[in-house]
Design a binder for this molecule. Structure first.
Ligand code: SAM
Length: 399
């Protein structure tokens, strides 16, 4: 049996994913009652935002409205985290996770980062499995996640929530960047340019650090740079493999949700194929509906057309999975999510004197919670691409 299959079996036997899921759900609820569900004003604003977050997630700047990010996270974070657990199980099953001593992950349109939280768990468990069950050469994996997110409110949410989760956990923290991700707008993300313009990129990171917290230094250069009269001096030398813009995993989760928007990102999507290392994967998840079927088709055409101009190597990026993943709406995970929704609604009602939550919103929310309950099933589409680099005389290149 392969290592991945052994690992999968171990994860299931020890019920690792549910324990971790429940731990994160508990922390999430405590965070809400400590910081978000604390005043009538917040509760009233959340009640209004519920409608936006149930159907208008694509509207520009929607996440900058008061309590929008908090409301989005209440509705979607745990469910997406569960979906990503299922995605990674599927990838393990198909031996598609590019295990190596260093795994770099870039999540595009990260929101509350369900994809990174769930991947961080897989790496944590894989290390545990390797060390305890059968020491293997790869148990010293270094996981380096990063993200692209243009909403300041989401960036701040991630900063705050991750710090809290990493303080309050009882079985180990999550490797999610809480000093803010490197990239803001996907539209202006050009990996080819970045590759040649490292100095500019470093400067951007200084600004990022400066914006987040003037005392926070996250430089990878040995040079001294001055921003707004302050000096930033690194403690670390530049490590090309760690800091270059090359990734083993790039994920899009509910980011490319409209065909027209996806077409506008054609160049950037191709850029992601360019930025992958050998054996690296692009993961894309979205709804199981006709619109998304068309989007997935467009993404496939775009990525598979990616070619590298290099006489020494054959480079391809092919779709290796395109599946509908289903899960039971009465399983323990779904029950825990439902429990969390009930917890939120109860707290909102307590704070906002019941009648303040408009009946329509309550009904929509109930519909959302219960959708799929009758059929016992919810599903979504998973699409995975893998990059392969081989030398033109057929020797494999390690990227
Ligand atoms: C529907 S949410 C998905 C969030 C998360 N991936 C999930 O699965 O729950 C879309 C996210 O993409 C971000 N976003 C939208 N347009 C963007 C852009 N051009 N560049 C970077 N992030 C963007 C939004 O701020 C939001 O966090």
């Amino acid at each position: 049996m392969s290592t991945e299959k052994d690992f999968l079996q171990w994860l299931t036997q020890k019920n690792k994913l549910y324990h971790r899921f429940n731990e994160l759900a508990n922390i999430f609820e405590n965070f809400l009652t400590d910081y978000i569900l604390v005043s009538k004003e917040n509760a009233d604003e959340i009640s209004v935002r519920l409608e936006d977050m149930l159907g208008k997630c694509n509207i520009p700047n929607i996440y900058e409205k008061g309590q929008a990010v908090e409301t989005y996270s209440m509705l979607h974070f745990l469910e997406r985290y569960r979906r990503y657990q299922l995605v990674y199980l599927q990838l393990l099953e198909n031996q598609l996770i590019p295990f190596a001593t260093l795994i770099k992950h870039l999540d595009i349109g990260t929101g509350p980062a369900p994809s990174i939280f769930a991947f961080s768990d897989i790496i944590k468990f894989y290390k545990e499995f390797s060390q305890k069950e059968e020491p293997r050469e790869f148990f010293e994996i270094e996981y380096l996640p990063d993200y692209v997110e243009n909403s300041d409110s989401f960036r701040n949410w991630l900063h705050h929530f991750t710090e809290y989760a990493n303080y309050k956990n009882y079985s180990g923290g999550w490797e999610v960047p809480y000093h803010h991700g490197t990239f803001r707008d996907f539209e202006s993300l050009d990996f080819k340019k970045l590759n040649y313009n490292k100095a500019l990129w470093q400067k951007e990171r200084v600004y990022e650090a400066f914006g987040a917290n003037p005392n926070y230094i996250i430089l990878e250069t040995s040079k001294e740079i001055t921003v707004h009269g302050r000096n930033f001096i690194s403690g670390q030398l530049l490590d090309k493999k760690k800091n270059g813009h090359r990734y083993d995993v790039i994920s899009f989760s509910y980011f490319l949700t409209l065909l027209e928007q996806t077409k506008q990102f054609k160049k950037q999507i191709k850029g992601c194929a360019f930025a992958l290392r050998n054996n690296g994967i692009i993961i894309n998840i979205g709804s199981n509906n006709d619109d998304y079927f068309q989007i997935a088709k467009y993404i496939r055409r775009t990525i598979q057309r990616y070619k590298s101009v290099n006489k020494e190597f054959n480079v391809s990026c092919r779709e290796v999975l395109n599946e509908i993943i289903s899960y039971n709406t009465h399983d323990v995970f779904s029950k825990r999510i439902k429990q969390s929704y009930e917890f939120i609604i109860n707290n909102l009602e307590l704070l906002s004197e019941k009648q303040k939550i408009p009946q329509k919103i309550k009904k929509d929310f109930d519909k959302y919670i219960n959708s799929g309950q009758e059929e016992n099933i919810k599903d979504f589409r998973l699409q995975v691409f893998q990059k392969r680099i081989t030398s033109t005389n057929n020797d494999q290149h390690t990227g």
